[in-house]
Every structure is written in structure tokens, then in C-alpha cells.
Design a protein around this ligand. Structure first.
Ligand code: FE
Ligand code: ZN
Ligand code: FE
Length: 168
């Protein structure tokens, strides 16, 4: 959350702040994912991350659409939480070592990103419903479903990667 925010006088204002926070988070993810893809070894992991990078770009467009509906600016928030989550991922990929072990660490970092997003999108989806913004609620639900799917895919890939890492 930004240091100088508007006053939080109602749910609309909180809704807008959290949407802007997510917008910044998604943009940070778009910058971070290429480095994670590069550092990953397992082809399935590389593919899953690449696919999620493409999906993330769609998610940013979906947020743009939401800001257009609301007639509001997308900028104004810095997601400090996502900065920290991504920084931890950077620490993992900056280390050399066993490929499967590094991959397991990348999965761990990527799942933290997905869970952080899921918390944010679930919240704003619920606010949108309460505020009678059905179209926006649907767009946010779509993104929430994609984040959940990405998380499940990573869990699936981790099943083999973790075992390879254990064998190293
Ligand atoms: Fe996302
Ligand atoms: Zn945030
Ligand atoms: Fe995501």
C-alpha cells in the first residue's frame, strides 16, 4: 500500500486501492517471470511459467478493462508485498547448485506469488459483488480461477521435481 493514500471512507475507495495494488503486482510479475523461466531447468516448469507469463499479460488487460469501466486511473499503488515475495524468488535463482533443487525453490517462490494473488483477487471479487459490479466481479473471478489453476499446475510439477531434488 502506498504511503500517501486517499482516505478510506468507504468500500469503493478500498476496492480501488486494492485493484491498483494488484495492477502493480501483476506488472512486477511480468518483469520477474522471464528471469525465473531462464533459471528453471525442468521443461515442464519452464513451460508452465511461460504459459503463466502469457496469462499474466491477459490479466493486466483485464484490469485495464476494469479501470475503464470504473473511469479510474490504474496507477498509484506500489505492491510492497509482491516486491518482497519476488525478492525472495530472486535470492533463489541467484544461487548455483543442483538443477532440481533450484527448480524446487523456483516452484516454492512461484507458489507464494500465486497465493498472494489469490488472496488479493478473492477479496476484490467479493467487494465487486457487494458493490453491485457484476461484470467486474466476473472478470476478477476469471483471473482468480487462472491463479488457482497455475498454483495447481505447480503442485503437480513439484511432485516429480521434489523427488529429483531429494535424490541429488
Ligand atoms: Fe496474476
Ligand atoms: Zn500489495
Ligand atoms: Fe499468477
Amino acid at each position: 500500500m502506498a504511503l500517501f493514500t486517499m482516505k478510506l471512507e468507504n468500500l469503493e475507495q478500498l476496492f480501488l486501492q486494492e485493484l491498483r495494488d494488484l495492477y502493480d503486482a501483476e506488472n512486477q510479475i511480468t518483469e520477474a517471470l522471464p528471469k525465473m523461466i531462464e533459471a528453471a531447468s525442468h521443461p515442464e516448469l519452464k513451460n508452465a511459467l511461460q504459459e503463466h507469463l502469457d496469462i499474466t499479460r491477459d490479466q493486466i488487460q483485464r484490469l485495464d478493462q476494469i479501470f475503464t469501466i470504473l473511469g479510474e486511473d490504474a496507477s498509484g499503488q506500489t505492491c510492497k508485498g509482491m516486491k518482497g515475495v519476488i525478492k525472495e524468488g530472486d535470492e533463489i535463482i541467484s544461487q548455483d547448485g543442483d538443477n532440481a533443487t533450484v527448480d524446487a525453490g523456483i516452484i516454492s517462490a512461484a507458489q507464494r506469488v500465486e497465493h498472494y494473488e489469490m488472496a488479493g483477487y478473492g477479496t476484490v471479487r467479493t467487494y465487486a459483488e457487494l458493490l453491485g459490479q457484476q461484470q467486474i466481479a466476473q472478470l476478477l473471478q476469471q483471473t482468480l480461477d487462472e491463479e488457482k489453476e497455475a498454483d495447481e499446475t505447480l503442485t503437480e510439477i513439484a511432485r516429480s521435481v521434489n523427488i529429483e531434488a531429494k535424490a541429488a
